[in-house]
Design a protein around this ligand. Structure first.
Ligand code: NAP
Ligand code: MG
Length: 404
């Protein structure tokens, strides 16, 4: 066997919960450790450890990403009332992803993993569509209220000098109704725009952005203008050199174009559009279990993960000793994505090559018809067979050895 691949700086490794925690160990043991001298700084974000450290471990992991630049994260439980009882928690800890994003800032890019035999529902789609969701403001930070009949609703802005501007919203006459106030900030929109242009350039794909500026002539127009300004000032030339394009269009026109397209671009979306469209894109490409996610911070930190959760229902079966057929592909691609980025930053061509081979081995396993239950149901392959969680990883490991 050839010598194991060496690393220079470590990856920040964040372990997690339930079925994805089970998968995490198997992926490391079967797909990484036989080939790599894997260097990681390990943080256990499993709920028990978050409880033991009163969630300090999550903050420490985020700080470590700032130090080393690249992290890879397993799915984790976001506690709710049931989890409080199940894990005897003293506090309802916030979502680790939320905590990490608040510390690193940045934009989440979600891309589907394609493989032959898993046919997108949209026949023209040949290449992945990466969705970038602006994860700040709009209705996610709204103030809203019921209004009874007879209520006059106004928008009141108090300027720094104390002067007031009142804008009428609506006078509810016969019927009561609803009102809401939403906002966004220039800084947040600009940071989102920069992240999208940089990511498109980095991955050599066109960038599409859309809003509804024909209707929302100030609010949505502001998004469009900020994107335009940043493109003109900072990216126009590098886009031309890379032979990629920036396209602004209306959201409804964009959806029509997306459906007709071949894929292979980055689709930047406002917060709500991104929320809705990322589920549409994931489903249309096959399965949520085939979606990767990377958080890119404006300071150049990267955090890779699977887009799905801890697959709780499968874990309860696993605990009872029943067979499971959970898809590990997005978790494996979180590792390959993080290893590739580490390799590029540290100039380690063998490691970069390994990341590509690992992905190819997994895609080959699927193309050979070796499938977990979720893919078995949607695959068009004639020779398909359904395998359990571990067998899929073992089969991928076998193919990985053949590629070495
Ligand atoms: P989920 O874990 O994504 O699973 C929802 C369902 O989708 C599963 O029951 C399963 O369907 C299918 N599925 C998802 N991933 C799969 C995979 N890898 N292989 C096969 N099937 C898969 O979402 P959830 O059940 O709503 O959430 C469970 C826990 O995950 C929650 O505690 C939540 O807080 C957490 N969560 C974490 C993250 C994160 O860390 N990024 C994201 C989302 C949710 P079937 O049962 O029909 O087979
Ligand atoms: Mg959604």
């Amino acid at each position: 066997m050839t010598e194991k691949i060496k690393m220079h700086l470590p990856l920040v490794e964040m372990d997690g919960d339930e079925m994805t925690r089970v998968i995490w160990t198997k992926v490391k043991d079967l797909l990484l450790l036989p080939f790599l001298e894997l260097k990681t700084e390990y943080y256990d974000l499993g709920l028990q450890e978050r409880e033991r450290t009163r969630d300090r471990v999550t903050t420490e992991a985020a700080e470590a990403i700032k130090k080393y630049g690249v992290g890879v994260k397993c799915a984790t439980i976001t506690p709710n009332d049931e989890r409080m009882t199940e894990y005897s928690l003293t506090e309802m800890y916030k979502s680790p992803n939320g905590t990490i994003r608040a510390i690193l800032d940045g934009t989440v890019f979600r891309a589907p993993i394609t493989a032959s035999g898993i046919t997108p529902y949209i026949p023209t789609w040949k290449r992945p569509i990466t969705i970038a969701r602006h994860a700040y403001g709009d209705i996610y930070r709204n103030t809203e209220s019921l209004a009874e009949a007879g209520t006059k609703a106004e928008l009141l802005l108090t300027a720094p000098d104390g002067s007031e501007q009142r804008l009428p919203i609506h006078t509810f006459e016969k019927s009561g109704g609803i009102v809401q106030g939403v906002h966004n900030t220039d800084d947040s929109i600009a940071s989102f725009a920069r992240a999208c242009f940089s990511y498109a350039l980095d991955t050599k794909q066109d960038l599409w952005f859309n809003a509804k500026d024909t209707i929302s002539k100030i609010y949505d127009r502001r998004f469009r203008d900020i994107f335009d300004e940043i493109f003109e000032a900072g990216y126009k030339e590098s886009f031309a050199a890379a032979e990629i394009h920036y396209l602004y269009t209306l959201i409804d026109d964009a959806i029509a174009r997306v459906i007709r397209s071949e894929g292979g671009f980055v689709w930047a979306c406002k917060n709500y559009d991104g929320d809705v469209m990322s589920d549409m894109v994931a489903t249309a490409f096959g399965s949520l279990a085939m979606m990767t996610s990377v958080l890119v911070s404006p300071k150049g930190y990267f955090e890779y993960e699977a887009a799905h959760g801890t697959v709780q229902r499968h874990f309860y079966k696993y605990q009872k000793g029943e067979p499971t057929s959970t898809n590990s592909v997005a978790t494996i691609f979180a590792w390959s994505g993080a290893l590739r980025k580490r390799a590029q930053l540290d100039a380690l061509p063998r490691l970069e090559r390994f990341a590509g081979i690992l992905e190819t081995a997994v895609q080959k396993t699927i193309a050979d018809g070796i499938l977990t239950g979720d893919l078995y149901e949607i695959s068009t392959l004639p020779n398909k067979q359904k395998v359990d969680t571990e067998t899929f990883i073992l089969e991928a490991a076998q193919r990985l050895k053949n590629f070495q």
